[in-house]
Design a protein around this ligand. Structure first.
Ligand SMILES: Cc1cc2nc3c(=O)[nH]c(=O)nc-3n(C[C@H](O)[C@H](O)[C@H](O)COP(=O)(O)OP(=O)(O)OC[C@H]3O[C@@H](n4cnc5c(N)ncnc54)[C@H](O)[C@@H]3O)c2cc1C
Length: 401
């Protein structure tokens, strides 16, 4: 259930998205994002002036202070367009970085990095995955941060650092305690300003035919003899993995509700097409049972997915991410797959038009296939869920890695 206040907020957001953001999509789909940046900054200022800025952030940081289950509905509304989360300053990876800075940052770190992020003056990124090591095993990595006086000197190679292009700083996961007995106590999260000597972007990775730019990029980055003060470490030494786990719970609610927003938009487009496209005079596409099945299945799958995510959000809100571990893994793989099916049906319903960038569907297909991979691939999530269940039936837990 949403509060009356949130319902009113959702109406205002829907109106803004429909009248102002959706008309920007054609340009977004057909021009390099960098060219659109000045216009995007104007839109962000408008969102702030309307009092809709950063709905997930507490009021003390300039946001609306929505609790997670209420923000979930906002995330869905904004998910109806690829620009929504970005224009409202609740986009990944900044939202996760802001959360971590709020929870683990020192007052100095918060003033220097959280404040500008919350105000939308800068962007950030998060570098954990490495090309040479399996990202599905989050405790296995090669990047090292060794102490040298009051500094860390970081060496390593990362990729798929989303939004690194143009980011003011990167939060890097690096091994600081290689000899810690438990693998998940070996790494720390360290803030590296983007202008630090030794840090550089090698390239924006070409993903599904697009190298992307600025916020919409995924970069390969290197750290070579990259020196930062130890005061840039978030939390305690060796706590990097624990901090990463903490950010994943709310982060998955954000992603999953955004995906449900995408599903709803794809569903709207599919239904309009089914009702309006005639296969022959007086014979709309939607008169075919096969197409009706796409519509009925999609409706049922989206409704069910939303309930699962709201249930997980409620559990996180009441008991923290740890208490909702099973639910968080369930929604991660389940909703990512609902998204894939609904998008695919919507594209099929549009025929050749569905393959073009005249509609937003193909963009989403290119960009959201990754939903089944990032933040833990399907298979890893399913293994977590199954092992938790089997444990209740007496099976001994087997280590992940
Ligand atoms: C668009 C996009 C954005 C990303 N953004 C970021 C980012 O901002 N920062 C960051 O650090 N990383 C990011 N990543 C990286 C992402 O988190 C990793 O790709 C992910 O963790 C998987 O790691 P990997 O690619 O090394 O695959 P691998 O670990 O090599 O796994 C390959 C495949 O093996 C299968 N597999 C893995 N484990 C198991 C298992 N236990 N059982 C059965 N099958 C299994 C899965 O199908 C998996 O897809 C991003 C990735 C993408 C695609």
């Amino acid at each position: 259930m949403t509060s009356e206040e949130t319902r009113q907020l959702l109406i205002r957001i829907r109106e803004y998205v429909d009248t102002t953001v959706l008309p920007l999509e054609r340009d977004f789909l057909n021009r390099p994002f960098r060219e659109l940046l000045p216009g995007m900054q104007e839109q962000r200022a408008k969102v702030r002036a309307l009092g809709l800025w950063a709905p997930q952030l507490p009021a003390a940081w300039g946001g609306l202070g929505l609790p997670l289950p209420e923000f979930a509905h906002v995330a869905e509304e904004l998910g109806r367009t690829p620009l929504g989360h970005y224009l409202f300053n609740c986009q990944a990876p900044d939202a996760g970085n802001m959360e971590v800075l709020m929870e683990c940052g020192t007052p100095e770190q918060q003033a220097r990095w959280l404040g500008p992020l919350a105000r939308g003056e800068v962007r950030s990124c998060f570098a954990m995955t490495e090309p040479e090591f399996a990202g599905s095993n989050p405790v296995w990595m090669n990047t090292r941060a060794r102490r040298d006086g009051a500094d860390y000197v970081i060496d390593g190679h990362k990729w798929f650092t989303s939004s690194a292009d143009g980011a003011a700083f990167v939060i890097v996961m690096a091994v600081t305690n290689p000899d810690a007995p438990k693998p998940h106590q070996r790494a720390s999260q360290i803030i590296v300003p983007a202008d630090t000597p030794g840090y550089r972007i090698v390239r924006n990775l070409p993903v599904m035919g697009e190298a992307g730019a600025d916020y919409f990029s995924h970069s390969e980055v290197v750290f070579e003899n990259c020196r930062v003060p130890q005061a840039h470490r978030l939390g305690g030494e060796g706590e990097g993995f624990v901090i990463a786990q903490r950010r994943l719970g709310p982060g998955r609610i954000h992603h999953c509700m955004r995906w449900i927003g995408i599903c709803e938009r794809a569903f709207e487009l599919m239904c309009r097409r089914a009702a309006g496209r005639e296969l022959a005079p007086g014979r709309p596409l939607g008169s075919r049972q096969l197409v009706q099945e796409w519509i009925a299945d999609s409706r049922a799958e989206i409704n069910a997915a939303r309930l699962l995510v709201l249930d997980a959000a409620g559990k996180i809100e009441r008991g923290g991410a740890k208490a909702a571990r099973e639910e968080i893994s369930i929604i991660k793989f389940h909703v990512a797959n609902v998204l894939g099916r609904v998008l695919d049906r919507a594209i099929q319903a549009h025929g050749a038009l569905g393959m073009t960038d005249d509609l937003v569907l193909a963009w989403w297909l290119r960009h959201e296939r990754a939903a089944r991979i990032y933040d833990g691939p399907d298979e890893v999530q399913k293994a977590v869920v199954a092992r938790m269940i089997l444990k209740r039936y007496g099976m001994e837990d087997t280590p992940d890695h």
